[in-house]
Design a protein around this ligand. Structure first.
Ligand code: PEP
Length: 259
């Protein structure tokens, strides 16, 4: 059985000292939960030290970066390249988070270029897609999501299946003002995304991990996790303390009977 994925993006939060404390706490907490695959996505400046801490503790915790430029090097002030992240030993590159799209001009096309670069360098791109509230209100969520997904995966081959993850994060459900999505809505959208992946890759499309994110908390985590086409949870605020993350792990509980 595929391991259920659970991870958190810290966004622009935590000092290095706080991040190291968090990492030590979380590696201890997750040790007995081998049925799950866990990941954390800290700010760039913490990655070296956190990688050292994870390695020193021989923890299976995976480490991600919140973004990446698609070029190996060049005149791109303020950017971080795949080569630099590979030196650290990063596992996952988060791409296309709604905040990157909203505040930093990330587009479907740049997400695609970065996805291809991440795969080329042996990372697991974690590609975030999500519709705006206006899309939902005007009943064009599926059109928007299909467009984001298809452009992100342009030129991504079936041979890469297993090497990239998709996170569906409705923008209206994310963050302090987010409204948690109803479980049937998440189910409908994840089934739809799966159908696009199967159209595109045939039966192998079933093997692309689809994570759900947006106001996941201890009250809704298990309901989402039980959905057939939800292969993981991508959590923000509710996992920013190790004990809160643990409460979600406990709330998700046993998924061994999940179909
Ligand atoms: C996010 O921003 O990707 C996210 C899932 O945040 P939150 O869980 O805090 O809504």
């Amino acid at each position: 059985m595929k391991k259920f994925l659970m991870g958190t993006n810290w966004k622009m939060n935590k000092t290095l000292a706080e991040g190291l404390d968090y990492t030590t706490g979380l590696t201890t907490i997750i040790a007995p939960y081998s049925q799950f695959e866990f990941f954390i996505i800290p700010p760039y400046t913490h990655l070296w030290k956190i990688k050292e801490a994870i390695t020193a503790q021989k923890s299976p915790l995976k480490l991600g970066a919140q973004n990446m430029h698609q070029q190996d090097s060049g005149q791109f002030t303020g950017e971080i390249s795949p080569v630099m992240l590979a030196e650290i030993g990063i596992d996952i590159i988060e791409l296309g988070h709604s905040e990157r799209r909203q505040y930093f001009n990330e587009t479907d096309q740049t997400v695609n270029l970065k996805t291809l670069a991440a795969l080329k360098h042996g990372f697991t791109p974690l590609i975030c897609i999500g519709e705006q509230l206006v899309d939902k209100d005007y009943h064009v969520s599926k059109e928007m999501l299909a467009k984001q997904l298809k452009i992100a995966l342009n030129d991504v081959l079936a041979d890469d299946i297993g090497n990239f993850w998709i996170a569906y994060e409705p923008v209206w459900a994310i963050g302090v003002n987010g409204i948690p999505a109803e479980t049937p809505y998440v189910e409908e959208i994840h089934n739809f995304l799966r159908s696009i992946l199967i159209d595109r890759y045939g039966a192998r499309g079933a093997d692309v991990p689809l994570l759900f994110g947006g106001s996941v908390n201890i009250n809704n985590a298990r309901d989402y996790a039980l959905l057939k086409n939800v292969d993981g949870l991508f959590i923000g605020r509710s996992a920013w303390e190790p004990d809160l993350f643990k409460a979600i792990i406990v709330a998700v509980g046993d998924l061994s009977n999940k179909v």
